[in-house]
Design a protein around this ligand. Structure first.
Ligand SMILES: [Fe+2]
Length: 324
């Protein structure tokens, strides 16, 4: 009996330690991930790729990441800066978006962005639990309360299953002030590529295309690609990497994406627990891949932030790419 108690205590201690690490130790450590890509048409391009900031009200994790970002950014001289969405967690993060814009280094060929699902909506766990408590609290008799509790527990179980199966998550969402975010981006010369493409200034042989978010936006990849000259090289920005598996994405030479947060929890042998998508293979939750259906290359960033405050085996990152 004593042995069982000791084992149980040790297990609880290890679990608690792991949770504490995932909550407070890995999240504030912003890493730099560098790639050297072979793409003769774009040889010489230097690219800074920033994704999934999930900025909200100031807190110590956001502050620490910002100090690291502000220390690192002046070390880079990118030709282009790419943002692949989820700037916001909620509207309280608009001030931090502006602070980030002010810290960016110059980019002689421009700054480009697409929006992510969180730029449109806050997925409110708080609202979800409040709704559950309300539904149980409003039940008139103890029997009905019990049955409401069982029903809500079932909903939670099905949400957990959806997370594991990479199904699209649906729970209480509150709209974000997307219009103000778009205004801020334009104020800092960030070109929003909402289902459209533009040539790089002075480089009509390279176009950069962007598509709206798959979950909360109105993506039209065919429209984004429609006016690109046949001989031009194409860089595609999409928040959700699932869109890189659409037929129209075959036109892209390099795809930049975010959204997955690298699975947020990536376990030995099992890998990422959740890629937040249905088409991106689980083993591609983050990193560089060259096995897209059209033969294109893709970088999926783990992103710089997250909404659910845990990261384990998937630290936040900013991405630097040199094309050769
Ligand atoms: Fe995200």
């Amino acid at each position: 009996m004593k042995t069982i108690k000791t084992l149980f205590g040790l297990g609880a201690l290890a679990g608690g330690g792991l949770l504490a690490y995932a909550w407070g130790a890995e999240r504030p450590q912003l890493r730099l991930k560098s790639y050297r890509l072979v793409w003769p048409q774009g040889a010489g391009l230097k690219i800074l790729h920033l994704s999934d900031q999930h900025l909200g009200r100031e807190n110590w994790v956001q502050q620490l990441r910002f100090s690291q970002l502000e220390a690192m950014l002046p070390l880079f001289d990118p030709d282009i800066i790419l943002f692949t969405g989820d700037f916001l967690h909620d509207d309280a993060g608009l001030a931090a978006v502006e602070r980030m814009m002010q810290a960016l280094p110059p980019a002689r060929l421009g700054r480009y962005a697409v929006l992510g699902n969180h730029d449109y909506a806050v997925y409110s766990y708080g609202e979800l639990f409040r709704n559950m408590a309300r539904s149980v609290g409003q039940a008139a008799t103890p029997e009905r309360k019990l049955s409401a509790l069982v029903a809500e527990a079932g909903q939670l179980g099905s949400l957990a299953l959806d997370i594991y199966r990479n199904h699209r998550l649906r729970f209480a969402a509150v709209p974000n002030n997307t219009a103000e975010l778009v205004r801020l981006l334009s104020l800092y010369d960030v070109i929003l590529l909402d289902n459209r493409a533009v040539p790089l200034p002075g480089r009509p042989d390279i176009w950069i295309a962007g598509v709206d978010d798959l979950v909360e936006g109105e993506p039209d990849l065919a429209r984004a690609m429609a006016h690109i000259p046949e001989e031009a090289g194409v860089i595609l920005l999409t928040h959700n990497p699932d869109l890189a598996y659409e037929p129209a994405a075959r036109r892209a030479d390099i795809v930049f994406a975010g959204h997955t947060h690298g699975g947020q929890v990536a376990l030995p042998w099992l890998g990422a627990i959740h890629t937040q998508g249905t088409r991106l293979p689980r083993k591609h939750a983050a990193g560089y891949f060259n096995d897209l259906p059209g033969g294109g290359q893709m970088i999926v960033s783990r992103g710089m932030g997250e909404s659910t405050p845990f990261r384990l085996g998937a630290p936040p990152e900013m991405v630097w790419v040199e094309v050769a």
